[in-house]
Design a protein around this ligand. Structure first.
Ligand SMILES: Cc1cc2nc3c(=O)[nH]c(=O)nc-3n(C[C@H](O)[C@H](O)[C@H](O)COP(=O)(O)O)c2cc1C
Length: 287
């Protein structure tokens, strides 16, 4: 697994690439790591960075230094997570800097990569490749009873299938061969069918996570992993600030399963919520 911040010692004139990613529950982190590993195998200097850990000057520096940059995010209702949108909106303006965009999704997004490209083009990025990667579902809440799993053999089967697509994607990036999944008008239209209602509902969804005081042990884990400062401890309990970005970290990783969604606690009979693609994955490494 190579989604770290190591700097590989480069030979002279080595090609450089950086990937900026947001990941709620580890899927996009895993794909970013695999991309870095395979790019390095092709003798390309590559680094994956969680956008939660980067200062604006570091971003600008990486964009200046790298011939190509990548952007990755999980799909939420055929749309980008709020933190990724903000990150893209704050990017410096560039002149025809080559980039690739990818999203991770459980089933389908229509035009998930293209939606991110819409934020990048006005900044001057030349979006050369776009790809969608199927990964495990991370939505485990009771009101939307979708299937999810933490079973190693089933996760491995999904990761194995996705690895082949990652390899092909890396081949196209390394060869600078344009290929953009989901950029055609039909995918765009189908993506909009899901995205538009999701965006209309989004404001109402931002205050649905709560802490069940009966189960909560005040360990503070949820506050530490929250990317938006939505959950805050006031000493004896937790309050929410209507800023949830729906990343699922608090709900899925709370050690006591004390987070409720729309006042419904997690039903442990369905198993613990999805806890990421790697054994013992801990979202604190993304912050
Ligand atoms: C709020 C929300 C909305 C989602 N919408 C979709 C969707 O429209 N299509 C899909 O295939 N997966 C959807 N998913 C599943 C995630 O995109 C998928 O599990 C992703 O790989 C999670 O990545 P992460 O672990 O990096 O956060 C959604 C997940 C969340 C939390």
């Amino acid at each position: 697994m190579a989604a770290d911040n190591d700097i590989i010692v480069a030979g002279d004139c080595m090609r450089k690439m950086a990937i900026f990613f947001f990941s709620g529950t580890g899927n996009t982190w895993w794909v970013s790591g695999e991309l870095v590993r395979l790019l390095r195998e092709k003798s390309i200097w590559a680094r994956a960075c969680s956008i939660e850990q980067l200062a604006a000057d570091e971003v600008a520096c990486l964009i200046t230094e790298c011939e190509t940059v990548g952007f990755g995010y999980p799909i939420y209702g055929s749309d980008l997570p709020g933190p990724m949108k903000k990150f893209m909106q704050r990017l410096p303006t560039v002149k025809d800097r080559k980039c690739f965009v990818f999203c991770t999704q459980w089933l389908w997004s229509g035009d998930g990569a293209r939606t991110g490209a819409d934020f990048l083009k006005p900044k001057g990025f030349d979006v050369r490749q776009g790809e969608h990667f199927l990964m495990p579902n991370n939505v485990c809440v009771e009101v939307i009873p979708l299937p999810f799993t933490n079973e190693r053999s089933r996760l491995d089967a999904i990761l194995d299938r996705t690895s082949h697509r990652i390899e092909r994607f890396v081949g196209r990036i390394a060869a600078d061969r344009p290929s953009r999944r989901g950029f055609n008008p039909v995918s765009r239209l189908l993506g909009a069918v899901q995205r538009v209602p999701f965006q209309m509902l989004h404001g109402r969804l931002q205050d649905d996570m709560r802490v069940d005081p009966e189960r909560c042990t005040l360990c503070g884990y949820c506050e530490k992993v929250c990317p938006s400062g939505n959950l805050v401890s006031d000493g004896g309990s937790f309050t929410t600030r209507n800023r949830c970005v729906l990343c699922m970290r608090c709900y899925n990783f709370c050690p006591e399963s004390a987070i409720t969604y729309r006042h419904r606690p997690h039903n442990l009979k369905r198993g613990v919520p999805y806890r990421g693609p790697a054994e013992k994955f801990d979202p604190r490494i993304l912050r």
